[in-house]
Structure formats: C-alpha cells, structure tokens
Design a protein around this ligand. Structure first.
Ligand code: SF4
Length: 368
C-alpha cells in the first residue's frame, strides 16, 4: 500500500508541468490570501497524520496491551490517519466504528484461504503505468500513490503503487491512451487518493482531459472530503467545477459518525459548485453491519447532499478477513433498508468480480 513510513504526504508525487488555473476574472488580493491560507491549512493537516500506533492508542485512551499487535500489523501496512478523523472517534472505546477502520490489529496477521494480495486481479487490467482499464467507456488513472488514511480493508493495500508512479512522459502516454480510444466518456481519478495532490498538478491534468473531445465527465474517487475536509478549497473547486467536463465526486464514507459539521460544510461547497456527489461504502463487520448503522449512514449522507450509491461486499484482500460479512446477512440488511427508506436512499449491494464488465449486483441465488 502507498505511503512512506512517516506521516508526511508528498504533494508533488507526479512531475507535471506548471499550470495556470483558468479563472473568469483575475482574483483580488484578498482572494489570493484566502487561497494561500486554505492551501496551507489542508497541506499542514495532511502532513500531520498519525502514523505511530502508540500515539493513536494514547490519544484515544485505549488499552496499551494492543500495542505490540498494532505495531506488527502496521509494519505490513502502515497506520495513517488524519487528526480530524480521530477527533470524531469516541475515547476509550476499542469498538468505535471509525477506529476499527484504521487501527492495525492482530487479526490482520492471519492467513485466510481465499484472501490474496490482488483479489480483483487489477494487474491484468493495467495496460500502462497509471492506467487501470476494466470497463467500457471509462477508465481509471492511478493519480496518487497515497491516501490521507490507510483503511485496513483496502483492496489496494498491496497494490504496486511504486510501478504506477508516473513521470511526465508516462503521463503524456496515459493521456494518449485516452485520446486514442473514442469510446471513452469518463476518466476517474483514483489512487491512492487523488486529492492528496496539489491543485497545480490536478488542475493541469483536468485541463488536459478537458481537451479530449470524446470525454464528457471527470470523476474523482476520494475519501479526503471525509477525513480532511479542509481540502475542499476555492482553488480545488476552480479546476474541478469550471471544466468543460461534468464533475462527479464519489466519496467513500462507511458510518454516519464520519460526517460532522466541517465535512457537511465542505460537501455544501462542492454541491454549490455543481458537483454531483455520490457515496460508496463497504459493508464491514463491526463497523456498519447492522440495519440502524446503514440507515443512519444513508440519512446522514442525504442530509449532507450526497446520494448513497453503492455498498460493496468486501474484496478478499489479505489481512481483511475479519471484516467480512456473508451475503445472506448483507442481503437481509438491504432488504430491511428497503422497508425503512425511500428507494433513492438504498444503496446497491455489489461486489467486484475480476474480469466482469461492471460491478456485479449481489442478489439471492448468485452469492459467492
Ligand atoms: S481511502 Fe480508499 S484507496 Fe485509500 S486506503 Fe482507504 S479504501 Fe484504500
């Protein structure tokens, strides 16, 4: 999985040419100052991640007996978590649903049959460094090799980000790949998390993509608006929402407690700028594997202007078996959600199947 051992996020992960972000009117001095202050704030926040299990255990007043296991699991897949996200966790509660998503533990060290390093076989859909092309009409750019948080269940926890760390020439090759395929309508910036990159880099990339005539949408997959909401700045909105391409942001939020007033404010800015906001979550044992947790999540998302879109069955990646929820249980939760919520608040239950042409619905009778 991405990331250096320290908590520092490199904001120049790719070598992109300098860019002027186009604006309708030149900014007034005050706006420039606000922009500098906004950029400094999110960059400081992402440079100050907690990466030492001991610090996290102390901050949350947890039992220090957990520490040796947390350290061993963190050696395999580093702990990374932002402080705003930690502030939403309950102190002295080892079962806090946000904590369980980020604290390394002994269960990750178990070897479980059926779980592997690359459960989605993405290596086979990686035609060029930085490009994952699995589906018709859209493809994914591995824009960054890091995230603001390392989710313990992440299916890319063993992804070879080093091989997908692009230099300038490789970026041009990736763009040429998109240019040469007129059936493509959408590029998805993913990672790692694209929003750990700075706006100069992302603005350049968005500008290049906007010049490809057959594209009509630019999608970002990100957990940053949840774990580091200060990242939603005017500068970010200017390259994302002022583009010719329709902006779509797919969040990753698994529990209602992840959404606080600062997250809601960031999402309101995105919505106000015309960004379509969707959420995908993962059904996780101990985190959201019950009806009230999923109902509260859908309601909290809607309250923040986000539609719940997918809930994923866990991808069977090494170290994540303890999060698995069986299909029967998952289907029962979704069925009950249908009784409690309007249809637009019931996410589709899906799983990724290697080689499939889209996400596969999980339905009675096709369980795996
Ligand atoms: S934010 Fe997404 S890509 Fe990053 S660790 Fe979490 S699940 Fe994986």
């Amino acid at each position: 999985m991405p990331g250096p051992a320290s908590g520092t996020i490199a904001t120049s992960l790719v070598l992109l040419p300098p860019v002027r972000i186009p604006m309708a009117n030149p900014p007034a001095v005050d706006c420039e100052l606000i922009g500098i202050r906004e950029a400094r704030r999110w960059q400081d926040e992402l440079s100050d991640l907690v990466t030492d299990p001991e610090e996290l255990i102390q901050l949350l007043q947890l039992d220090p007996a957990q520490l040796p296991w947390a350290q061993r699991a963190s050696d395999k897949f580093a702990l990374r978590v932002s402080r705003p996200f930690i502030r939403r966790m309950r102190k002295a509660d080892p079962n806090d649903p946000l904590l369980l998503q980020v604290l390394p533990g002994a269960a990750e060290l178990e070897v479980v049959p059926g779980f592997s390093a690359d459960p989605l076989q993405e290596a086979e859909a990686n035609p060029l460094p930085g490009v994952v092309h699995k589906y018709h009409g859209r493809l994914l750019f591995i824009t960054a090799g890091q995230c603001a948080v390392n989710c313990r269940y992440c299916f890319r926890r063993e992804f070879p980000y080093g091989d997908n760390h692009l230099n300038r020439q490789q970026w041009f090759a990736a763009l040429d790949y998109v240019r040469a395929r007129s059936e493509l309508r959408e590029v998805i910036l993913s990672g790692g998390d694209p929003l750990v990159l700075n706006d100069r880099q992302l603005g350049w990339l968005a500008g290049e993509l906007a010049q490809i005539p057959h594209l009509n949408k630019l999608r970002i997959h990100s957990r940053v608006p949840i774990v580091a909401p200060s990242r939603i700045t005017d500068e970010m909105l200017s390259w994302f929402s002022h583009s010719r391409l329709k902006p779509v942001l797919v969040l990753h939020c698994n529990h209602a407690n992840e959404i606080d007033s600062e997250v809601r404010a960031g999402l309101a800015r995105l919505r106000g700028a015309g960004v379509t906001l969707l959420n995908q979550s993962v059904l996780l044992r101990g985190v959201n594997d019950n009806i009230s947790a999923m109902e509260n999540l859908s309601e909290a998302l809607f309250d923040a202007g986000v539609l719940p879109y997918y809930v994923h069955q866990l991808d069977k990646v090494n170290g994540a078996a303890h999060f698995e929820v069986c299909d029967e249980e998952a289907l029962a939760i979704i069925e009950e959600l249908r009784h409690r919520l309007p249809g637009y608040l019931v996410p589709k239950l899906v799983r990724e199947v290697p080689g499939a042409f889209s996400k596969s619905p999980v339905e009675s009778g096709n369980n795996k």
